[in-house]
Design a protein around this ligand. Structure first.
Ligand code: GLP
Length: 241
């Protein structure tokens, strides 16, 4: 595990974007595993800027997103499909046919999870997986539990996650209660994992996840075992370690 310490959110975003950009330059047809949430917005902004400057070409890149809310219309502004288009896909030359997210509107959870796993397998796995972290240590929507889930599965979001994500909706009642998420096993199989973290409110969980025991009660802690895991975090997020 490698830790890159940055002064603030802006520097974290630039450093993370530089790592993703290097991946795209080195392997133009790479598979990028992408993430949502507040944290990656600045990273995507940098990638769009560098694309506009002519330094990046996404035409051969494929993407797989970590997760999607279940039963939220795809056109809802807070669906992860909408988030990804608004923050990245609509502004770069990625081929729409190469964009993949779980289909939150397929109510047959078993079929949808199997389909998504097959898509990732057919692509040959993920070259670089971008991650944020939830306050309870979740990655994607892999919430604390008694065992690590391997493949894509349907999860009931925890009260803490619903509470944290209500800022994106008009009220807490509007936050979906379930999601489809890539499994921890798939994340661990990514050839490189890049986590970005910013802010004092994440300091506690960073200490627990990366300086404490590996346990499914803190899902991100398993990344300690990943052979190529890079944590790019700002001073506030690293203030307790
Ligand atoms: C959501 C996403 C996660 C993300 C987490 C943290 O729950 N499913 O992928 O890492 O939020 O979000 P933020 O970056 O806004 O703190």
């Amino acid at each position: 595990m490698r830790i890159i310490r940055t002064k603030n959110y802006e520097e974290m975003s630039r450093k993370a974007a530089a790592i993703i950009a290097a991946q795209v330059v080195l392997k133009p047809d790479c598979v990028l595993g992408l993430a949502t949430g507040g944290t990656p917005v600045g990273t995507y902004k940098n990638l769009v800027e560098w694309y506009n400057a002519g330094d990046l070409d996404f035409s051969e890149v494929s993407s797989v997103n970590l997760d999607e809310y279940r039963a939220l219309p795809v056109e809802h502004p807070e669906s992860y499909w909408s988030f990804m288009h608004r923050n990245l896909f609509d502004h770069v030359n990625i081929d729409p046919a190469k964009i993949n997210l779980p289909d939150g509107n397929n109510m047959d959870a078993e079929a949808e999870c199997a389909r998504y796993d097959a898509v990732i397998k057919a692509m040959g796995g993920v070259d670089l997986q971008l991650l944020g972290i939830g306050h309870d240590g979740h990655i994607g929507f892999n919430e604390p539990s008694d065992a690590f889930d391997l493949g894509t599965h349907c999860v009931d979001l925890t009260e803490e996650t619903i509470e944290a994500n209500k800022r994106f909706f008009n009220s807490k009642d509007e936050v979906p209660r379930q999601a489809y998420t890539m499994g921890t096993g798939t994340i661990m199989n990514a050839r490189k994992v890049l986590m970005i973290v910013s802010g004092r409110d994440k300091a506690e969980i960073i200490k627990k996840a990366f300086f404490g025991p590996v346990t499914p009660q803190v899902p991100a802690s398993i990344l300690q075992m990943h052979p190529d895991f890079v944590l790019v975090a700002d001073e506030d997020a690293l203030s307790l370690v």
